[in-house]
Design a protein around this ligand. Structure first.
Ligand SMILES: Cc1ncc(COP(=O)(O)O)c(C=O)c1O
Length: 396
């Protein structure tokens, strides 16, 4: 492409040369443990559909009923004419589920983070962030006028050192410690009890982004804070409705005054149209399914244990995960891309994750098993991984 945008083609070519260009793999089927890509049925290990709720009959029925009664869109942002009673009902139900005073929903987990962080922390405040926090936390921090400090991943000693310095300086209105509850690329759980203790000692507030903990950890999937029994000691929780909840959206859970201020100041909330009725109805039904069908969480964890054990037996480096996210480490991006191609040829869809999502030398195939996978799916997946691993020299 010539002209002023000519550099775009050069940048794409450079990404391809460095094995960092990720092809979009279009599915011609619904999301699920098996998907159809290019006319082939494949076992999928790449969705965040932890509990199989994207295609659950109760969520589908709730969404269809909402479309019939309320149509397909809201036609306005929440603050003008885009708040339906069902939006507020979802928020009240989420608040009860999370055992917090108030919840405000956003269009996605990403916008929940970019919306809440600049409202919570501004000039004269300090944001203290784990080095592996999600991109939406990083972007939310960039949008804030607060000072920032990053501590090494999950290193509570490192966090304490930052907090000690902040307290000694005594110059901040608010010190806000922000961490993923479950780290999205590695699957490890934040050492939340120790983080909370360190924050309490320093008079700091704690915010947990529980995108990958929601529906996965804690009683009925109430998340990481519930998993550790830290209710009342974590000030702000962010959750997503786009992963285990099966639909789309994000939310901020915390004090009533925070919800109120967000409705006045959070820019994605103020300047972007609200969720369509089908999405809201599906999310509300999902919360009921979480409570009514605990076997979904049990199957998710049984599949997780089984898959991890088999992958470790094959000799793969599966990192430090404690959750259904299982990274299969390849190191360099080229091996990750090659392995994903081999898996695809062998009937398994498992996407490589490369820079900038992870560090350049930390490429991996990132897998997630779900409650919807059968033992046969898992066996097919493990067999294909064994063959691909041998071909690239990663498994015996
Ligand atoms: C830790 C974390 N936070 C936030 C998000 C964004 O959530 P959503 O997909 O709902 O925008 C993700 C999803 O990738 C995530 O992993």
């Amino acid at each position: 492409m010539a002209g002023p945008l000519g550099f775009l083609g050069d940048e794409v070519a450079e990404l391809r040369r460095r094995h960092l260009y990720r092809a979009l793999r279009a599915h011609s089927s619904a999301q699920g443990p098996e998907v159809e890509i290019d006319g082939r049925r494949l076992v999928s290990l790449s969705s965040n559909d932890y509990l199989g709720l994207t295609h659950h009959p109760r969520l589908r029925a709730a969404a269809v009923a909402a479309v019939e009664e309320f149509g397909v869109g809201t036609g306005a942002v929440r603050t003008i004419a885009g708040t339906l009673t069902m939006h507020e009902a979802l928020e009240a139900e989420l608040a009860e589920f999370k055992q917090v005073p108030a919840v405000l929903t956003f269009q996605s987990g990403f916008t929940a983070n970019t919306g809440v962080i600049p409202v919570l922390a501004g000039e004269g405040d300090l944001i203290v962030s784990d080095s592996l926090n999600h991109a939406s936390i990083i972007d939310g921090t960039r949008l804030s006028k607060a000072a920032r400090a990053v501590y090494p991943h999950a290193d509570v000693g490192g966090l304490r050192a930052v907090l000690d310095e902040a307290v000694a300086g005594g110059r901040y209105r608010l010190v806000l410690v922000v961490t993923d509850g479950v780290f999205s690329m590695d699957g490890d759980i934040a050492p939340l009890p120790a983080i909370v203790e360190a924050a309490e000692a320093a008079g700091a507030a704690v915010m947990v982004d529980d995108a990958h903990g929601s529906g996965v950890l804690g009683r009925d999937g109430r998340g990481t804070v519930d998993h550790f029994g830290l209710h009342g000691r974590v000030h702000v929780q962010v959750g997503t409705l786009s992963k285990a909840i099966g639909s789309l959206g994000g939310y901020v859970a915390g004090p009533t005054a925070l919800r109120e201020l967000l409705t006045q100041r959070a820019r994605p909330f103020l300047f972007s149209t609200s969720h369509p009725p089908a999405v809201v109805a599906a999310c509300r039904e999902a919360l009921r399914v979480l409570v009514d069908e605990p076997d979904l969480q049990e199957r998710l964890w049984a599949n997780t244990r089984r898959f991890k054990a088999e992958m470790a037996r094959l000799g793969f480096d599966i990192g430090r995960s404690e959750t259904p996210i299982t990274p299969v480490m390849t190191g360099d991006p080229e091996t990750a891309m090659r392995m994903a191609d081999l898996l695809l040829d062998d009937g398994v869809f498992a996407q490589p994750v490369v820079f900038p999502t992870v560090a350049l030398d930390q490429a991996r195939i990132r897998t997630i098993v779900t409650a919807a996978h059968t033992p046969e799916h898992l066996e097919r997946a493990v067999t294909a991984f064994g063959r691909a691993g041998k071909a690239v020299g990663l498994a015996g």
